[in-house]
Ligand binder design. Sequence first.
Ligand code: NAP
Length: 505
Amino acid sequence: MSTTQEIKVEQAAMKRDFYHLIINGEKIKSSSDETIKVYNPATGELVAEVAKASKEDADRAVSAAREAFDNGKWKKYPVGRRAQVLNKIASIMRARFNELVELEILDTGKSIHAAQGQVMQAIEDFEFYAGAIVGHRGTVNNVPEQFHNYTEKEPVGVCAQITPWNYPMMMAAWKVAPAIAVGCSVIVKPASLTPLTTIILGEICLEAGVPAGVVNIIPGSGAEVGDYLVGHPQVDKVAFTGSTPIGKDIMAKASQSLKRVTLELGGKSPNLVFNDADIDAAVDGSLFGIFYNSGQSCEARSRLYVQEDIYEEFMSKFVQKAKAIKLGDPFDKGTHMGAIIDQRQLDTIDSYVKSAVEDGAEILAGGHVAKPEGFENGFWYEPTVIANVNHDMKAVKEEIFGPVVVVMKFKDEKEAIKLANDTEYGLGSAVWTKDGAKATRVANGIQAGIVMVNCPFSAFPGTPFGGYKQSGFGRELSIESLDLYTETKSILSYYGSRPLNPLGV
Ligand code: NAP
């Protein structure tokens, strides 16, 4: 069979009833024969079954990654050749864009707008790192005469990459692209709820020419297989995106062998609207900031603070538009907001809203489980706006991870910064003002990895993404990520003619 024919067969089969693990370049079933059932959150219908990796499978994946890293050719390729393969991955993804979008929607219930943007960003990540790796290199340093010092950026080794369910395709790309760009081998463990596009990404990597063993994909239980990978003696680095409590466990476990760790964790990001802002732009940007991806975003701006003298005007527009957000068929371009990932998350969201009401808050919009027509068996929640809150309330302090925003007034710049920083998290934040000097002061005062000024978007390929405080550490999506997948080796040599005898013996 020619390569072209093979690709055609693969393309036709992207949507399937069953998905395999990818270990050492092969599509295989689980050693335990167990499977994960994947449901469409918008409808509650079964989408597919996926091989569920056991610890034995994890061992095989680690061995394959180890062999590929220690004795394989990938890390020895000239950098331009690795870049070529990354670009090829991107071009296959572009050619199969609609299929990837469809699969991501079926797997997550997100709206087509969200899925299209995220798949496109995943493609651009590979293109970004194909370019970035070419300029990523060590340095030549100043040392005393007759010495020479330079540094090499060496790939860190075998990386376990554990991803969440909210942005499956994008999170996999954020991790796989920089790691393989520098020559690492990876074992990706996607979230059990959303493994499909990550498996397809693994297949695309092979099709594009990534050698066997460099990219392994093993869906499986986080508590079992994820935890096993974190403690595995043959794993050099763990890159984790997920909740803060699990991130803490991972850090503790990885410390036993001093594995390199990057953690992209939860958030409760503030959104500050000043009285000199373009109010209509701030309303639209703040709506996007919380309701995009059904609020299931780590950097969702879920705490909205509005300066007191524009509060009434701003809130009247904001609430009106929140009520106009359309839920329904995720494949319909007129749908604004997709489903919630599963019943458990839906219950969590609802319990936070109920707790706010019990604590005396006022619901200005939403506040209930939704049942869009034709999608009654799926998991949906109304876009919800909650006022009359304070910082002691659970719904204000904790990450809800759903389409729920809490709103408060502030008096002045000083109070806005104080409120923004009154959280254990530090991931995203947004500032709306026409005063450039104020925007700069506030951006400097906020303790967060990302500040969006008059802008609802948190990142593009090339902009560092990561947190302060309990939102984790390390940066993804940027040049810095290449450093986090490499070790710096310093080579110091002497070229003088006199032998060196520092002890004088
Ligand atoms: P999660 O429950 O922490 O799970 C994340 C991943 O970790 C999943 O693959 C999960 O596997 C696995 N896992 C669970 N227990 C584990 C353990 N003991 N050891 C190793 N791995 C384990 O988070 P989630 O509910 O999927 O995602 C939502 C969270 O992710 C939110 O807090 C959100 O803010 C955060 N997030 C952060 C960023 C960022 O860049 N900062 C981006 C996106 C999401 P299973 O699926 O099998 O449980």
